[in-house]
Design a protein around this ligand. Structure first.
Ligand code: GLA
Length: 749
């Protein structure tokens, strides 16, 4: 059994072959944390690892005690996991262990997305009940351990068992105390058009934190962090991962105290947050997903990829091959009519594209971003036969049809705003700040969510729509809901996200066959919280191949390739002005859910043929690209960042594709090798190179190679022919396709 309890020492041990998580009820009833790391023997007893009784301040003279859910007012001066303001205004809290239960599987969290199981044997859950008697507060902490994954999930449920309301001011989903501080903190930070760049820093005394206060997880930071040893690499060394299944304001913080111990916490950002818990009411935190690896960051990523792809994403699109789309945004912006759309779709269909996505501009009076959000009926000047008409014409071409919407927004110039100005978020007595000429709808209000469900289900019910790109293009500047009383305004941001999840939940249930893609000005809400509804997200508005190397690399630390939409766009690139070869743009986008975001009619014959070849190359390996195991080989964040390499490997290691990318060409380079990983050392592979040519890299690598050679010696990558303009110059990419030979033909090596 993955969860055991030793009654004598009151010790809990959650374990599988990869990890152990050990806690103990201290003598005074406080829940102490003993260990999280590599797997320990099931028979071992670990109660001696803690001092026994948490004595508060006097105990500070000795070793600090690791706590499972630290609170203020008990002499622990580190950042707390929980703050609750009680009717007398005090915040001291000392929850004590009351009982526990263990059950097979995993429970859902009301109103919030979470990872799940498909059979009770996949995971076991420990529910621990803590009670703070003076505060009349029950705290149920849920720990689930998966049988075969290095993963522990943690969430908390509060219940007020008193007769007065209390205010929750901070409710972290997880805290984790570690006995030393010799760690580096790795996080994903950036901005619009350069999301999720890898940042690494040594831990220092005091607090270091990332978070969001903008109403969405944000472009700036991601609800994910890793602690790693300085020497930890992709393939070796210790690392912890913390990820939050949440799309709103979050905090991920690491504190190092005077004893060089480390406390991590992750959860809803306490800044500006409070939640009034009425008598008998419950409050649930989002789920935190904790991982541990002693074999490098690659193992952490593997754990998150397979968990989020297979047990967070859900519905028919979880496992289904994702279609190759053409999106008209960068081809037309707001300037199109149905004839133009059909023209783009026809040209794309002829190249092998499978779905046409109609982006912004199809509704209301929307000829620029100044108007019409909220008026989700077709612009008759552009689409005389409505969305249904154009959708049916596109379907008649043999393509599926998808559409862009931005349901959470409203333009001041719109019918919706004329009818319901009070639905826009803002403080009535103050100006409402516009972002991209728009306001945000108050998703904390039931009637707003109901209205949107009505409008969108009508749209999806009437037209043959197979895909929805759900955008969200601005953050919340004046958080306030007139529907909430003064004492509850601190609930606004969380209620907004609960409303958004509710709308997603209702729409995905009503239209299970529709593929949803989330988007927020590109990757401004790329987080685990949306994956149950939208198994893929628009990774970034930046489609430049060079910029995408960093964005996709960083994103891949936590998120599976199947969640990253990646499009080939025109050059000069609309975000950077950079001109990269068409093959490079494709070779980057292949390591994502491939699409095109350009006018196929503007391609010349050679380019059209190249795109058709790309699409058939991708289709022949779609499963491998979308669901293979991603192995990161060479980081754009290390050294001078000039090279990037990664590969995708099938579960049985019989197929792989390696991508190698060079930003600037450097003259007079010597030979160089790229060692692969994840292959079968005993197998032999037929290697082919794409784009192929009569150049030295193609010649040196094409043929039969042993898995041992490819992993121990590597591919030969540094000798492109400087005179072959297709293969040299800047911004080049090569793909190496590996197919294991059948055992019978191994003698041909
Ligand atoms: C956002 C999205 C883009 C596009 C535009 C349309 O910026 O990220 O992909 O859909 O909105 O306005």
């Amino acid at each position: 059994m993955p969860i055991s309890y030793d009654d004598t020492s009151r010790t809990f041990h959650l374990r599988n072959e990869k990890i152990s998580y050990v806690m103990r009820v201290l003598e005074n009833g406080t829940l102490g944390h003993l260990y999280f790391g590599g797997s320990l023997a099931e028979s071992g007893s670990y109660g001696h690892l803690s001092g026994g009784e948490y004595l508060g301040l006097s105990n500070r003279l000795g070793e600090p005690i690791a706590l499972e859910y630290p609170t203020p007012g008990i002499g622990d001066f580190r950042v707390p996991g929980l703050i609750v303001e009680q009717p007398d205004g005090s915040t001291a809290l000392d929850p004590r262990f009351v009982s526990h239960r263990v059950f097979g599987g995993k429970s859902a969290i009301p109103g919030l997305p979470s990872t799940y199981v498909q059979g009770y044997e996949e995971a076991e859950t420990l529910e621990i009940l803590l009670v703070d008697t003076p505060a009349n507060l029950e705290i149920r902490v849920f720990f689930a351990i998966y049988a075969d994954r290095p993963v522990v999930t943690r969430s908390v449920r509060f219940r007020n068992v008193g007769s007065d309301a209390v205010q929750i001011r901070c409710a972290m989903s997880a805290t984790l105390d570690l006995p030393d501080s010799d760690w580096e903190m790795l996080h994903l930070s950036g901005a619009w058009a350069r999301e999720r760049h890898v940042r690494t820093r040594r831990l220092e005394a005091g607090s270091q934190a990332i978070g969001s206060l903008r109403g969405a997880s944000g472009h700036q930071h991601n609800p994910f962090l890793i602690l790693k040893r300085a020497q930890t690499t992709e393939e070796s060394g210790e690392a912890y991962g913390l990820s939050l299944v949440y799309s709103g304001n979050f905090l991920a913080e690491v504190e190092v105290d005077e004893f060089e111990t480390t406390r991590l916490r992750i959860g809803i950002n306490p800044e500006g947050f409070s939640w009034q818990l009425d008598p008998s009411a419950e409050f649930c935190t989002p789920e935190a997903v904790l991982t541990y690896s002693e074999s490098g960051i690659g193992t952490l990523s593997d754990a998150y990829h397979s968990l989020y792809r297979d047990r967070l994403a859900r519905g028919v699109w979880r496992d289904a091959p994702r279609p190759i789309v053409i999106n008209n945004w960068e081809a037309t912006y707001f300037d199109f009519d149905d004839a133009r759309l059909v023209e783009i779709a026809t040209a794309a269909r002829d190249l092998g594209v499978e779905m046409f996505v109609l982006d912004d501009g199809w509704f209301g009076q929307r000829d620029s971003d100044a108007t019409s959000l909220g008026d989700w009926t077709a612009n008759k000047a552009k689409l005389p036969s409505g969305v249904e008409g154009v959708a049916r014409r596109i379907e008649a071409l043999g393509l599926r049809f998808g559409i862009w919407i931005e349901p959470e927004m409203v333009s001041q110039r719109s019918q919706l705003f004329a009818d319901h100005a009070d639905w826009a978020v803002g403080v009535p007595s103050r100006p409402h700040t516009e972002g991209r000429n728009q306001l945000v709808l108050d998703m904390s209000r039931r009637e707003v969510v109901d209205h949107l469900f009505g409008v969108l289900s009508d749209l999806l019910g009437r037209a043959p729509i197979s895909y929805v790109k759900w955008d969200m293009n601005r953050n919340i500047t004046e958080p306030f809901s007139p529907s909430l009383p003064a004492r509850r305004q601190g609930e606004f941001f969380h209620r907004y996200i609960l409303g958004t999840y509710d709308l997603y939940e209702r729409l995905t249930r009503a239209f299970p066959q529709v593929l949803f893609e989330s988007c927020a000005g590109g990757g401004g809400r790329f987080d685990p919280g949306l994956l149950p509804f939208a198994p893929q997200a628009w990774t970034s508005d930046d489609t430049d191949a060079v910029e995408r190397l960093k964005i996709q690399w960083g994103t891949s630390l936590c998120y599976p390739v199947s969640s990253m939409a990646a499009h080939v766009s025109a050059v000069p690139n609309h975000q950077t002005g950079r001109t990269t070869p068409l093959a490079t743009r494709a070779a980057v986008a292949f390591f994502g859910v491939l699409g095109y975001e350009l006018d196929p009619g503007a391609l010349n014959d050679e380019e059209r043929k190249a795109v058709a070849d790309q699409i058939s190359y991708y289709k022949a390996r779609r499963e491998l690209f979308q669901r293979g195991r991603l192995v990161r080989l060479r980081s754009p964040f290390e050294g001078d960042g000039n090279e990037t390499a990664w590969m995708t490997v099938s579960d049985d290691s019989r197929r792989a594709v390696v991508g190698h990318y060079r930003v600037l060409n450097r003259p007079h380079r010597g030979p160089a090798r790229l060692r692969l990983r994840g292959l079968d050392a005993k197998a032999t592979y037929r290697v082919s190179v794409w784009p192929t040519g009569d150049d030295r890299v193609s010649k040196a690598n094409t043929g039969i190679r042993g898995g041992d050679e490819l992993m121990r010696i590597g591919l030969l990558i540094a000798s492109d022919d400087p005179l072959d303009s297709r293969l040299a110059g800047d911004f080049t990419a090569r793909l190496f396709d590996l197919v294991a030979e059948e055992p019978a033909s191994q003698s041909s090596r």
